[in-house]
Design a protein around this ligand. Structure first.
Ligand code: SAM
Length: 346
């Protein structure tokens, strides 16, 4: 079956994201022992410019902080939780979290995280991407050993799907109606992969821009309904470009076009003030947003900023801020009536 035009270009953005992460790791911005196996020919890859490395660093630190905050709240409430990562690509977050929350060899273990905190970690992406990722996982022992005993890890659906006790890698096109794409995978009436009553965090890291606003809303509405029916707390973190209508935003869109990535044309594109509407329109109680520019200025520890400033020369701080001002992290939650703690702290 022929894919709609442009999908190959959209999928190629995953390699970009993985290469950006590898670059930030090689230059000393980030630590990630798991990214190399997901990059083809990692030794031949060139580093990214300082501006991209800093952006990758700020986004990664901010998302880690929010995910850690969510897990800490679940732990404090004495409940297990689930994470669903949409358009997960080559993301390594599951393995990084497993080091802390599942596998027994992290030093952090000694601070007493409960080992079963993470009940499910589910990743969704196009079948071509999940197949590639499943193959990388099977090939690299440092990745597969973390998933469980070999007999507990299985491939399915012609290699597009991987199941293990906690981690599941599933193929879906998120633009399709959720009743066709998400429900059969996650919400089987007899044995749902995703429990509708456990606190669940959705991650959309750099993926919504490739979907129409209607498709994004349908996905969020489907999760909202599923968790309302099951009384579970639902949280979400979105990382995305915004403000693409100003002159710099148009440069960013043209850069994507030059690589054959056509954006599905949200009109108007979200601006900073409308970002929380992604959640408010579904009746969620928490909806907050910050730009990467503000996160870098106000939330990254000054000692860390000093450390990364030593790594590479960056002449153009104005340009850095212009770029970072076009990326935002928006996070929110839908809460049952009695979850005051989450509301106050996340
Ligand atoms: N989230 C990862 C990260 O931040 O490192 C990957 C980001 S990459 C820029 C975008 C990912 O979203 C790609 O892996 C792409 O295949 C996936 N994606 C885009 N549109 C999608 C759709 N309609 N359904 C499933 N996955 C999609």
């Amino acid at each position: 079956q022929r894919l709609p035009e442009g999908d190959a270009a959209i999928r190629a953005t995953d390699s970009d994201a993985a290469l950006a992460r590898l670059s930030a790791v090689h230059k000393g911005y980030l630590t990630d022992p798991y990214i190399t196996p997901f990059v083809s020919r990692p030794h031949l890859q060139h580093p990214r410019p300082p501006l991209i490395n800093i952006g990758t660093y700020v986004r990664s630190e901010a998302l880690d902080e929010l995910v850690d905050g969510w897990l800490a709240l679940c732990e404090a409430e004495g409940t297990k939780c689930q994470i669903v990562s949409m358009g997960a690509g080559s993301d390594t977050r599951f393995w990084r979290l497993a080091d802390v929350y599942i596998v027994d060899r992290s030093q952090l273990r000694q601070t007493g995280h409960r080992k079963d905190l993470l009940a499910k970690y589910i990743e969704l992406d196009f079948a071509e991407i999940t197949t590639k990722k499943a193959m990388a996982i099977r090939k690299h022992r440092e990745l597969s050993a973390i998933l469980g005993k070999p007999e507990d890890v299985s491939l399915a659906n012609g290699g597009t799907t991987l199941h293990s006790p906690v981690y599941h890698l599933l193929a879906a096109d998120l633009r399709k109606p959720p009743a066709e794409s998400l429900a059969p995978l996650l919400a089987s009436p007899t044995d749902p992969l995703l429990s509708p009553s456990l606190p669940t965090l959705l991650l959309f890291e750099c993926v919504l821009v490739y979907m129409s606003p209607e498709a994004s809303q349908n996905v969020l509405q489907w999760f909202t309904d599923y968790f309302t029916a099951g009384s579970g707390v639902l949280g979400c973190i979105i990382y995305e470009m915004f403000g693409l209508e100003d002159s710099f935003g148009r440069v960013m869109v043209n850069n994507l076009k030059a690589r054959s990535v056509t954006l599905p044309g949200a009109k108007p594109y979200p601006n900073f003030d409308t970002l929380p509407n992604r959640f408010l329109q579904h009746g969620w109680e928490i909806a907050r947003a910050l730009t990467l520019k503000d996160i870098r200025r106000e939330y990254i520890n000054p000692r860390e900023l000093e450390r990364i400033a030593q790594l590479e020369m960056l002449d153009e701080i104005e340009e850095l801020e212009l770029v970072l001002a076009h990326y935002a992290i928006t996070w929110g939650a839908k809460l049952p009536a009695n979850s005051g703690q989450l509301k106050a702290r996340w």
